[in-house]
Design a protein around this ligand. Structure first.
Ligand SMILES: Nc1ncnc2c1ncn2[C@@H]1O[C@H](COP(=O)(O)OP(=O)(O)O)[C@@H](O)[C@H]1O
Ligand SMILES: [Mg+2]
Length: 377
């Protein structure tokens, strides 16, 4: 039997619940609203939106679904490339003569060339004047899409994943300004801005001085609730001839604080170690394997932190119940109030900590790793 748990994008049977979110996101799209979806990385944003797009492209014949992952952009030409290719792919559900004709006239200054592969899928390459201004290229893309939608009496949803990455481009303010103009005037298109670097993304939409200020709904993607995720875990074991009790499924979930990626990863390791029936001993063994698997990543993050950030994180792990400006916290960390303030600011920017009632590490496995390291010293 094959391991039923996955740490890649989840789809089909592997996709667990999120019924409420699916319904809400579909409603936004049907109303052509603009939405920001934010959460820490690996919470399931991409899996969720892909599922919604897949469902909708079956349910809504007049809706075009467009998805672009902007994580790798490093120049405005990249952005032009990713956006126009995503639009072409969204329009071209199937490649036929009329599709080729359609996309030939889609943009004014950007000319796409298709290469059709033996399996019927296609790849696109673009030619355009590389010294064309960013205004010209972006307006070509956004107007091209909008005119197409209007002329065919269609609607569209455009998803821009890891959208905050455009802030790393030197022309970012200009790009945001141009885009804001289009998203506001495109009444039959719903724009989704998704991101894992929450501080940066939210700042783009909540800072008065930024072009996207108040342009979209803010939608926080939370964890999958324990009872739902547990049901999925139990079902996955059953499907593959093994058993996991409700209590032990809850234990898997809680050990990694319900963090979706780690729930899957820990379940996957537990599955590998289990012959027939999951036990508590197996789960602890699996947790140890999980921490060791992630260790290199955490060490990498750690060596890039300054000494106050390190001191702050260690103290948050040790004194999780103390307020950060308490006497105990200040004493244990060896930091001044100013030092604590500075560390908090930079660690939040890096998404390494978040605030609930008190501050805590965003990544629950990093917390386990760090407390193990502290105890070994
Ligand atoms: N609905 C879900 N059901 C089961 N597992 C999920 C679900 N959503 C996320 N996961 C787990 O979390 C991991 C990260 O999901 P992903 O969609 O890439 O997150 P993000 O886009 O927020 O970084 C997936 O590989 C999977 O293991
Ligand atoms: Mg993602």
């Amino acid at each position: 039997m094959k391991n039923p748990f996955t740490i890649g994008l989840v789809s089909g049977e592997k996709f667990c619940n999120r019924k409420k979110e699916i319904k809400e996101l579909k409603r936004f799209i049907k109303n052509s609203q603009n939405v920001v979806i934010y959460s820490p990385r690996r919470y399931g944003k991409t899996s969720l939106i892909q599922k919604v797009l897949k469902d909708l492209s079956k349910e809504e014949k007049k809706l075009i679904t467009i998805y672009a992952d902007l994580f790798p952009v490093s120049s405005y030409q990249d952005l032009v490339d990713f956006l126009s290719k995503a639009i072409i792919e969204g329009i071209g559900k199937e490649v036929n003569k009329s599709f080729i004709k359609k996309i030939q006239n889609l943009f004014k200054g950007i000319t796409p060339t298709l290469t059709i592969k033996p399996d019927g899928s296609f790849s696109v390459s673009l030619t355009y004047n590389p010294s064309a201004s960013i205004e010209l290229l972006l307006s070509d893309i956004f107007e091209g899409l909008y005119n197409y939608i209007l002329s065919k009496n269609l609607e569209a949803v455009v998803v821009l994943d890891e959208f905050q990455e455009i802030t790393t481009l030197k022309e970012s303010h200009k790009i945001e300004g141009i885009m804001r103009g289009y998203i506001q005037s495109h009444s039959s298109i719903s724009y989704f801005f998704i991101g894992s670097r929450r501080r940066i993304l939210l700042d783009m939409f909540t800072n008065k001085n930024k072009p996207f200020y108040k342009s979209s709904f803010l939608y926080e993607l939370k964890k999958i609730p324990e009872d739902e995720f547990s049901k999925c875990i139990i079902k996955n074991f059953e499907k593959t001839g093994k058993t996991c009790s409700t209590d032990l499924a809850a234990m898997i979930y809680n050990l990694v604080e319900g963090y979706p990626y780690y729930v899957q990863k820990l379940s996957s390791i537990v599955w590998d170690l289990t012959n027939k029936k999951v036990t508590e001993k197996i789960i602890f063994e699996a947790l140890n394997v999980l921490i060791n698997t992630e260790k290199a990543d955490f060490e990498n993050i750690w060596i890039n932190l300054n000494s106050s950030e390190k001191a702050f994180l260690k103290t948050v792990v040790k004194l999780s119940n103390f307020p950060i400006y308490s006497k105990e916290f200040i004493h244990e960390s060896g930091l001044s109030i100013g030092g604590i303030q500075k560390a908090v600011k930079s660690l939040i920017e890096k998404d390494l900590i978040e605030k609930d009632k008190t501050y805590r590490l965003t990544d629950p496995v990093m917390k386990l790793w760090l407390s193990r390291e502290i105890n070994q010293i």
